[in-house]
Design a protein around this ligand. Structure first.
Ligand SMILES: Cc1cc2nc3c(=O)[nH]c(=O)nc-3n(C[C@H](O)[C@H](O)[C@H](O)COP(=O)(O)O)c2cc1C
Length: 344
């Protein structure tokens, strides 16, 4: 089977499994529930004037929200990407596409990622696995991924656990930091490094910052677990057992956000991994995030027959919850929310 066909099958598998099976992390929580925003009965604010606008990758956004990288490379993925992109454009928020590895090699798949025509204004992020830099990919491939979708930045995702438990995983992670440094130096757009649900520690974030990475998405533990997803793609009992052993692996999302912000006051920090409401978004920002990403909650409405409209409705609820959380904790804008002390 040519690689692009295998990839197409894997992408379809991933969507089916994420939507149909219990793939949440187990035995580890994001930590959002352990924090409370301090309530004020006297906000002295008008809810309608709460300002949640910010900028991301040099572009204005109406809310500090990012639809996290998910898909592409298959027919069903194209429909999902278009629904997500149309919704992101309507709401004025950011979006990432899923890994473009196969499309970089086989240009027939490119159209499944190309959403710029329906989302001309939003910050749009390309995506490749950082480990591909050890499997014949170089700066040119990164450039192609960016140009393919007219992206504002390239996400290089780090997913050692997923690769390690995936039957066809790429497991040589040696020497990646130097290669990420080269991409940062030579790519004309910013490089974002993100995990996929196991978190980035302060130590790793510092190493990434030192080589030129200025945007980090912690994608912490407590939400969708990629070892749990891969558990459903195993063809033998040992594979199921090994993947299942890592259901609680990783750095909880809130812990990763706090750690990375404390270590790197100037990094642009995306908080994600198990963000399930606008109240979580508010807590992520109060803990140090500049932007907040969510994946599975956007995927569910994207496959609804109402498509774009359903995604808009779902994310509008997040936005409303964020605004109410800010109102009832006395925060007129995101700068004030960032200074708020959470109760735990
Ligand atoms: C169907 C699906 C496909 C994904 N594919 C990618 C990918 O190609 N690249 C990537 O960086 N992350 C990928 N992710 C990970 C998400 O971007 C996110 O980091 C993770 O799902 C945790 O967020 P959540 O708990 O809100 O789902 C994918 C997630 C889902 C649900």
């Amino acid at each position: 089977m040519p690689d692009s066909t295998a990839t197409e099958g894997r992408k379809v598998d991933h969507i089916r499994i994420v939507l149909g099976e219990d793939v949440a992390a187990k035995g580890v929580a994001t930590g959002f529930a352990a924090y409370r925003l301090p309530h004020t009965a006297l906000p002295e604010l008008d809810l309608d004037e709460i300002d949640i606008r910010t900028t991301f990758l040099g572009k204005p956004v109406n809310a500090p929200l990012l639809i996290s990288s998910m898909t592409g490379g298959a027919h069903v993925a194209e429909k999902i990407n278009l629904a997500l992109a149309e919704a992101a454009e309507q709401l004025g928020i950011a979006m990432g596409v899923g890994s473009q590895r196969a499309a970089v090699v086989d240009s027939r798949l490119a159209s499944t990622y190309q959403v710029r025509r329906v989302a001309p204004r939003i910050p749009l992020l390309a995506n490749l696995g950082a480990v591909q830099l050890n499997y014949s990919f170089g700066v040119d491939h990164c450039r192609r991924a960016v140009e393919m979708i007219e992206a504002d930045a390239l996400i290089l995702h780090l997913n050692p656990l997923q690769e390690a438990v995936q039957p066809e995983g790429n497991v040589n992670f040696k020497g990646l930091l130097a290669k990420i440094e080269q991409v940062c130096r030579e790519l004309p757009v910013p490089v974002v490094v993100k995990e996929v649900g196991n978190g980035i520690s302060a130590h790793d974030a510092r190493r990434l910052y030192e080589v030129g990475v200025r945007v980090i998405d912690v994608a912490g533990a407590g939400g969708t677990s990629w070892s749990e997803v891969e558990k459903f793609r195993q063809n033998n009992q040992q594979g199921v057992r090994v993947a299942g052993a890592f259901a609680d692996w990783g750095i909880a999302t809130t812990e990763a956000i706090r750690q990375v912000r404390a270590a790197l006051p100037d990094v642009t920090l995306v908080g994600s991994g198990g963000v399930r409401s606008g109240v979580d978004v508010a807590k992520a920002i109060a803990l140090g995030a500049d932007m907040v990403g969510t994946a599975k909650p956007a995927l569910i409405p994207a496959v609804d027959e109402r498509g774009t409209e359903a995604v808009v409705e779902g994310l509008q609820a997040f936005i409303k919850e964020l605004r109410v959380a800010m109102f009832c904790s006395g925060c007129a804008d995101l700068a004030t929310l960032r200074q708020l002390r959470l109760e735990s």
